[in-house]
Design a protein around this ligand. Structure first.
Ligand SMILES: *[C@@H]1O[C@H](CO)[C@@H](O)[C@H](O)[C@H]1NC(C)=O
Ligand SMILES: *[C@@H]1O[C@H](CO)[C@@H](O)[C@H](O)[C@H]1NC(C)=O
Ligand SMILES: *[C@@H]1O[C@H](CO)[C@@H](O)[C@H](O)[C@H]1NC(C)=O
Ligand SMILES: *[C@@H]1O[C@H](CO)[C@@H](O)[C@H](O)[C@H]1NC(C)=O
Ligand SMILES: *[C@@H]1O[C@H](CO)[C@@H](O)[C@H](O)[C@H]1NC(C)=O
Ligand SMILES: [Ca+2]
Length: 527
């Protein structure tokens, strides 16, 4: 029987379901040993680890120096932006510094001097690491919030982007979407992408400065208004498809589409008061470590999970070498309160020595053969140790035996090949006339038409005769008066009737005379 030392129980906040320890040293009847738990790093201020990019080039103010006004005092335009003067410059990094008391530091765009061309800017934040949001994203705008903006996210380091939330003073007009509030979402719609009007209306630039992406309100749908019932949230995160991913990002992008107007209309004679100014972007979250790490450190410019449970990788997303007797699994918040570690196991630790190269979680003993064999090999593998590829697949020579991509589908052309198996380099066995690794090509002198067939005609040896033309190597199109596979046969020779009245028939003198004779004979008979 297993029991925790009473002292440990007191020290470790296990029962709270915080998932903040990965293992503890416990004493059992068999002596002391490690016990493992699902674990995750603490939430952090993610702006400290971000790289930022502002687009397009030249959107940051101050090069050349320019002046700007405010909506409150549009005719007192004394403020100046000058990129070459540190006191007057507004570079992107000022969105991520710590604000000293009182004085806000901010990134600022050029003014809308090219109105009516839209004033567009993208602010892209990249972590080169998956992050799980744990609190609201809060963007603070000085001098008024944009009247139209969009938040996008990426889950694959910026390769693909998806909308995250739309913001407008009039959602219908800006995005043809009805305005919604996150507070009104339900358990089934918690991960809906919506357009909100709550953060875009003019309320005086000093009064309402923040634009939010509401993570807490969404959590509250499951965990209650004070987030007291986190167990329910964790249960939902495990069971509701896509919910965990909804709160996971590697990159965020703010697409600023129209600045604060300070009223309904744009005053064309004073465009110096239209611009974007962002003083802070607060992103709170934790490194995604698949519940296999409780520490995340900043190394060589990137966040990195300190993986436990014999996992490895930036997100602890795979098993360490020699710990692949089962396939990798993320840890789980369930069962409450400690979750399941789903640790990777050393080769040889289960069932004596049954290595399955990570393609199976189960072994079975076959009595009459006296062997232990892997059961239900995945990733298209088969064999006692899942060490072979299934029929119809071949070994990927650049992948290790425990790689998920170790078996590649043969993909033989169904018509051109004898069967759907291939040799070790992926070559299929072709039917007569077919060629190519997948048998989807024809040998020279064959043509493809639901398989390969020998050419009927071509431009070299099997020429169509008597002016016939070769149609796709399949048949000769013969001029009137000729027939045969290569148009080699005159119709008159084959059947005299064919010579009658055929326009443009190039007959010999003899056949013409015969024709005339025939006509005369017929006329005579008719008389
Ligand atoms: C902003 O990013 C979007 C893609 O997310 C792109 O289509 C758009 O052109 C970018 N705008 C600017 C001003 O760079
Ligand atoms: C992103 O992180 C990976 C893994 O830590 C690292 O190898 C890579 O160099 C990083 N890329 C950038 C652009 O920082
Ligand atoms: C991971 O491997 C080490 C040996 O390198 C072992 O002591 C430890 O118990 C293993 N941890 C888990 C969770 O299996
Ligand atoms: C072969 O394995 C390598 C390494 O895992 C992988 O990158 C590659 O995509 C695989 N090739 C195919 C055709 O699946
Ligand atoms: C697979 O078949 C192709 C074509 O017949 C051949 O060139 C190749 O050498 C074969 N590979 C092996 C490993 O037998
Ligand atoms: Ca700042």
């Amino acid at each position: 029987m297993l029991y925790l030392v009473a002292l440990l129980l007191h020290c470790l906040p296990l029962a709270m379901g915080q998932y903040d320890i990965c293992k503890s040293w416990v004493t059992t009847d068999d002596g002391p040993s490690w016990e493992f738990y699902a674990c995750q790093p603490k939430a952090m201020r993610m702006k400290d680890y971000v790289t930022v990019r502002v687009d397009p080039a030249g959107i940051t103010c101050g090069d050349p120096p320019e002046r700007f006004c405010t909506h409150e005092n549009p005719y007192l335009c004394s403020d100046e932006c000058d990129a070459s003067n540190p006191d007057l410059a507004h570079p992107p990094k000022l969105m991520f510094d710590s604000e000293d008391e009182g004085l806000a530091t901010y990134w600022q765009s050029v003014t809308w001097r090219r109105y009516p061309e839209p004033l567009l800017a993208n602010i892209t934040l990249s972590w080169n690491k998956s992050i799980e949001l744990t609190d609201d994203i809060v963007i603070t705008f000085e001098y008024g919030r944009p009247t139209i903006m969009m938040l996008e996210k990426s889950l694959d380091n910026g390769r693909t982007w998806h909308p995250y939330q739309y913001y407008a003073d009039d959602c219908m007009e800006a995005f043809s979407m009805p305005a919604r509030r996150v507070r009104d979402l339900s358990t089934t719609s918690a991960n809906r992408i919506l357009c909100t009007e709550e953060y875009s209306r003019w309320a005086g630039s000093k009064k309402e400065k923040t634009v939010r992406f509401e993570v807490r309100d969404r959590f509250a749908i499951f965990a209650g208004p004070d987030l007291k019932n986190m167990d329910n949230l964790y249960t939902r995160l495990e069971s509701a498809k896509g919910l965990k991913d909804f709160f996971t990002v590697t990159d965020l992008r703010m697409r600023l589409l129209r600045p604060a107007l300070g009223g309904t209309y744009v005053q064309r004679e004073n465009l110096y008061k239209y611009f974007y100014a962002v003083s802070n972007i607060e992103v709170t979250g934790r490194c995604k470590c698949n519940l296999h790490a409780n520490l995340c450190t900043f190394k060589e410019g990137s966040l990195q999970c300190e993986c436990e449970h014999n996992t490895t990788g930036q997100d602890c997303g795979k098993c360490k070498k020699n710990f692949r007797s089962r396939s990798w699994r993320a840890g789980s918040y369930l069962p409450l309160p400690n979750g399941s570690p789903n640790a990777c196991a050393a080769a040889g630790s289960a069932f004596g020595n049954c290595e399955c190269y990570g393609h199976s979680n189960r072994c079975s003993y076959i009595d009459f053969l006296n062997v232990v064999t892997c059961v239900s090999c995945k990733h298209n593998t088969r064999g006692q140790h899942c060490q072979h590829c299934r029929l119809g697949f071949y070994r990927n020579s650049s992948a290790e035996l425990d790689d998920e991509n170790v078996c590649i589908e043969c993909n033989c052309n169904q018509i051109g090949s004898m069967h759907d198996r291939c040799n070790e380099t992926g070559y299929c066995e072709c039917k007569e006339g077919a060629t190519g690794p997948k048998c989807d090509d024809c040998l020279p002198n064959y043509y493809w038409r639901q398989g390969c067939f020998p050419n009927v005609c071509d431009d070299e040896l099997l020429l169509c005769q008597n002016g016939g033309t070769c149609y796709q190597n399949q048949r000769c199109v013969c001029p009137v008066g000729f027939k045969g596979v290569l148009c080699q046969q005159s119709r008159c020779e084959a059947d005299k009737k064919d010579c009658d009245g055929a326009p443009g028939t190039r007959g010999s003198l003899g056949t013409i005379l015969l024709g005339v004779l025939a006509l005369q004979l017929r006329g005579w008979v008719d008389l």
